[in-house]
Design a protein around this ligand. Structure first.
Ligand SMILES: [Ca+2]
Ligand SMILES: [Ca+2]
Length: 168
């Protein structure tokens, strides 16, 4: 994964969430992305890992909204980017740990379908595709985040990679 400049990652994320391109995102956009991931990995929507994922998406949304000056509950692009920076990147590691870590671990657990603590390249590719990230160089990205070079991406390697990507 390429390193995005601070703020740019949230611009991209906005485009990914705003599927109907009306320029606003709300709680349902977060819920729908969680549901797309659950479907893509063939998880039972009522399974613990699916429920934890859905809850983690809502948690991120509520945290970001709490940093936004909004009345309607839907966020414009500017509001989403500013609130995400305030909630996450402006606070560095603390912001990531508080706001995003539960969500990223929930993603990792969903991706690790067989529960062996490792995320395969196919699983990583599926995750990237669903969240709308460019998946054209998945093999290179997968090797890059396999920091101990054992040929597999562990859950901790996955979380570290997302952390680096978000914090820049
Ligand atoms: Ca696995
Ligand atoms: Ca590894």
């Amino acid at each position: 994964m390429a390193t995005a400049g601070k703020g740019q990652i949230f611009e991209l994320r906005f485009d990914q969430f705003d599927v109907n391109q009306d320029g606003r995102i709300d709680r349902s956009d977060f819920e729908q992305e969680a549901n797309r991931l659950i479907r893509a990995f063939g998880s039972d929507p009522e399974s613990p890992r699916a429920l934890v994922l859905k809850q983690s998406y809502i948690g991120v949304y509520e945290y970001i909204v709490s940093k936004a000056d909004v009345k309607s509950g839907a966020l414009s692009r500017e509001e989403f980017v500013a609130a995400s920076k305030a909630a996450i990147t402006d606070r560095g590691g603390v912001g990531f740990a508080e706001v995003m870590a539960p969500y990223v671990y929930a993603c990792a657990n969903l991706c690790d379908v067989d529960g062996d603590g490792m995320i395969s390249q196919d699983e990583f590719s599926t995750w990237l595709t669903v969240i709308g990230a460019p998946a054209d160089a998945v093999g290179e990205a997968y090797q890059a985040i396999d920091t101990d070079k054992d040929g597999k991406v562990s859950i901790d390697e996955f979380v570290s990679a997302v952390r680096s990507h978000v914090l820049g």
